[in-house]
Design a protein around this ligand. Structure first.
Ligand code: FAD
Length: 320
């Protein structure tokens, strides 16, 4: 779900959407499926980078970092109806994994749970279907979807703070690759949160890019494990605004900076509350607007947050 942004947002590019629909999907052939958790098999999560060759279909060359595509899992649900499509964010640059717009990729986490009533194993339909796919297998794809959670038309005019949790890293891997490949004149800070270091996604790549590119900074926030070298123990993504305040608060104050948040629904609450603590009212109001009568952000109940607080012109949210 994207949150609509305010008028006065940076100009966004005109994008193609839904060139392939559920009624008319395209066939993508799996090119690659690899695990991307830092801990590999030591991680409690199973998360894979899965790419599909869509050459010769309308989807080829039609997607942009920040957009997502649909996957139609085969089979039917408990009511005998065909499974509905699920959305997956692009985790590759806008030029695709192949550099030519023909290979579209995502990062998919297996959903593993218990059935509500029977407490038997529940496996998420689409995520397990995608993670089971082998190179050469075919899948039905739709999209692209989404027009607002993308980089501005002229990315060089801005600096960026990206907050990610879990597979919310996908659009930021895509955007960072676009920005670095274009040699954009932008400062980029990526803050990736996970419970344990073993759950960090694409960690090797981000560490390497940060060592090679002086304009790219990669910070992690590990919430359930003490990580002395990270300079802070057991923190959530938003707390990087405090531990790295010298660097991040001046960025937030600078009108060039845009903030993007993607990942677990509810993560935006902590980030916005801390921004409200750190920023003067006139700057904060460029990131969020609060409904009349809602009172101070710090006191708004988590359940009410979505209704009372809206993304402003410099904040982009995609949480699911
Ligand atoms: C814009 C957008 C982008 C997204 N991008 C990504 C991405 O890049 N990567 C990614 O991995 N995901 C992404 N998602 C989430 C993705 O679309 C799916 O929702 C997710 O993979 C789960 O789908 P599923 O079919 O595996 O699970 P489902 O089968 O749809 O189950 C969904 C949830 O319902 C619960 N549930 C359903 N039925 C039962 C039951 N009987 N008993 C117990 N629990 C039950 C499950 O625990 C699970 O949490 C994105 C979503 C959106 C909206």
């Amino acid at each position: 779900m994207s949150v609509q942004t305010e008028q006065g947002s940076p100009k966004l590019p005109e994008l193609k959407v839904n060139v392939a629909t559920p009624a008319n999907p395209v066939v993508g052939r799996v090119v690659e499926s690899r695990q991307v958790t830092r801990g590999g098999r030591k991680s409690a999560s199973f998360v894979r980078h899965v790419s599909f060759d869509v050459s010769g279909t309308p989807l080829a060359g039609s997607f942009r970092a920040g957009q997502s595509f649909g996957v139609l899992p085969p089979g039917t649900d408990e009511r005998g109806k065909p499974h509905k499509l699920r959305l997956y964010s692009l985790a590759c640059p806008s030029t695709g994994d192949d550099g030519e717009g023909n290979v579209v990729a995502t990062v998919c986490k297996r959903v593993i749970d218990e059935h509500w009533e029977t407490h038997k194993l529940f496996l998420g339909v689409a995520s397990n279907y995608i993670c089971d796919l082998q190179p050469g297998d075919e899948a039905l794809l739709t999209g692209p979807s989404g027009k607002r959670f993308v980089l501005p038309e002229d990315p060089s005019k801005h600096d960026y703070i990206f907050f990610a949790t879990g597979t919310g890293i996908a659009p930021f891997r895509a955007m960072v690759m676009d920005l670095l490949q274009a040699k954009a004149d932008s400062r980029i800070v990526l803050i990736m949160g996970s419970p344990y270091t073993t759950d960090l996604l694409y960690d090797d790549e981000f560490t390497k890019w940060a060592s090679e590119c002086s304009n790219f900074r990669y910070l992690t926030a590990i919430s359930r494990e003490y990580v002395p070298e990270a300079g802070a123990s057991k923190i959530y993504v938003q707390e990087r605004l405090k531990t790295n305040a010298d660097e991040l608060v001046p960025m937030l104050m600078n009108p060039r900076t845009l903030v993007y948040v993607c990942g677990i629904a509810g993560m935006e609450v902590g980030i916005i509350r801390l921004m409200a603590d750190l920023l003067p009212e006139d700057v904060l109001s460029q990131y969020v607007t609060v409904k009349d009568g809602a009172g101070p952000i710090a006191l708004i109940d988590r359940k009410e947050f979505g209704r009372q607080v809206r993304a402003g012109s410099r904040l982009f949210l995609e949480v699911y």
